[in-house]
Design a protein around this ligand. Structure first.
Ligand code: HEM
Length: 264
C-alpha cells in the first residue's frame, strides 16, 4: 500500500517546470488583460488631455469661434499632404475604437474573474477612498460608454446627418489670406448643445464620474507596473488626483459657462 507521504516525495522528484498544473491558467491570462487595460487606459488619458486642450479654445479671448473651428478643421486635415484628406483622423478614430473594445472586454473579464474568485465571503478591506472607487469602476465605465455614444451622436455623427439631410448644421468660413474654406461650425454646435440645460447637466455629472474613473485608473496602472513603494505610491496618488481634477474642472466648466452666458 502506498502512503500519501511516499506519493508526495515522488512528486518532489519531478522538476518544478515539468510538474502538471492542477488547473490551467485562464485564457487570456490575467496579467495580459491587466497590461491591455493599462495600455488602452493610457491611450485614453492622453486622448482626454489632448481633447481638453482643444476644448479650452472656447475661452480664448480673441475670436474663440474662429480658433475652435480652425482647430476642428486642422484635426481633420492632420498630416496633409503626407496622408490625403482625413486619413489620419480615421486612423486615430480606428485606434480609439479598437482601444475601447479591448478596454471594455478586458475590464469585464477581469471583473467577472474577481467576482468568481471572491465567492460568497468577500475579503474585508479597509474602506479607503481608492478601494471604494475601485469597486465602482465597472459602473462608472458603463456610464462613460453611454456618454461616448451620446456625445458622438450629439456632436459628431448627429451633426453630419443633420447637415446632409436638412442642410441645417451651421457652417463657418475660415479665412487664410486670400483663400476661404467653408467648414462645419463645431463651435456653434457646441453652444447649441449646451444651451439645453439637461444636456449641460448630464455632461457635468459625467465629467465627475470620469474624474473618479481616471483617478483610480492611473493609480491601478502604476500599481500593476510595480510602483508600490510608499513614496512613489503617494506621488502617483497625487498625480492621479491632479489629472482627474484638471479634466473635470476644464471640461465641466464649458457647459456651465455656456449656461451662465459667459461663452455664447
Ligand atoms: C465638456 C466636455 C467636452 C466637450 C465640450 C467636447 C466637445 C467635443 C466636440 C465639439 C467634438 C466634435 C469635434 C468636431 O466636430 O471636430 C467632440 C468629439 C469627440 N469627443 Fe468630446 N467633448 C467633451 C468631452 C469628451 C469626453 C470626456 C470624451 C471621452 C470620454 C470625449 C470624446 C470625444 C470623441 C471620441 C470625439 C470624436 C472625435 C472624432 O472622431 O472626431 N469628449 N467633442
Amino acid at each position: 500500500m502506498s502512503s500519501g507521504i511516499q506519493e508526495r516525495s515522488d512528486v518532489d522528484q519531478i522538476p518544478v517546470a515539468k510538474r502538471p498544473a492542477t488547473s490551467p491558467p485562464p485564457r487570456p491570462q490575467t496579467w495580459l488583460l491587466k497590461v491591455i487595460m493599462a495600455a488602452t487606459g493610457s491611450v485614453f488619458i492622453m486622448f482626454l488631455l489632448f481633447h481638453l486642450a482643444g476644448n479650452l479654445k472656447v475661452y480664448l479671448p480673441d475670436d474663440p469661434q474662429g480658433h475652435f473651428n480652425e482647430y476642428a478643421h486642422w484635426l481633420r486635415g492632420l498630416l496633409n499632404p503626407l496622408l490625403p484628406g482625413s486619413t489620419f483622423l480615421w486612423i486615430f478614430r480606428g485606434t480609439l475604437v479598437a482601444c475601447l473594445i479591448l478596454h471594455v472586454y478586458s475590464g469585464l473579464t477581469l471583473w467577472i474573474r474577481a467576482h468568481r474568485l471572491r465567492g460568497r465571503h468577500p475579503r474585508k478591506v479597509h474602506a479607503t477612498k481608492h478601494h471604494l472607487i475601485g469597486r465602482t469602476m465597472l459602473w462608472s465605465g458603463l456610464i462613460i460608454l453611454t456618454f461616448i455614444v451620446f456625445h458622438l451622436l450629439d456632436l459628431t455623427i448627429g451633426r453630419v446627418v443633420e447637415s446632409k439631410q436638412f442642410s441645417t448644421a451651421p457652417t463657418y468660413t475660415l479665412t487664410h489670406g486670400a483663400t476661404t474654406t467653408e467648414v462645419t461650425d463645431a463651435y456653434a454646435n457646441l453652444i447649441h448643445s449646451f444651451e439645453r440645460w439637461p444636456v449641460a447637466a448630464f455632461y457635468v455629472l459625467v465629467m465627475v464620474v470620469i474624474a473618479f474613473h481616471l483617478s483610480h485608473g492611473i493609480w491601478s496602472i502604476a500599481n500593476d507596473f510595480g510602483a508600490t513603494a510608499h513614496r512613489v505610491r503617494s506621488l502617483i496618488l497625487l498625480l492621479a488626483d491632479i489629472v482627474a481634477l484638471v479634466v473635470v474642472i476644464g471640461n465641466a466648466s464649458i457647459p456651465l459657462a455656456v449656461l451662465a452666458g459667459v461663452i455664447a
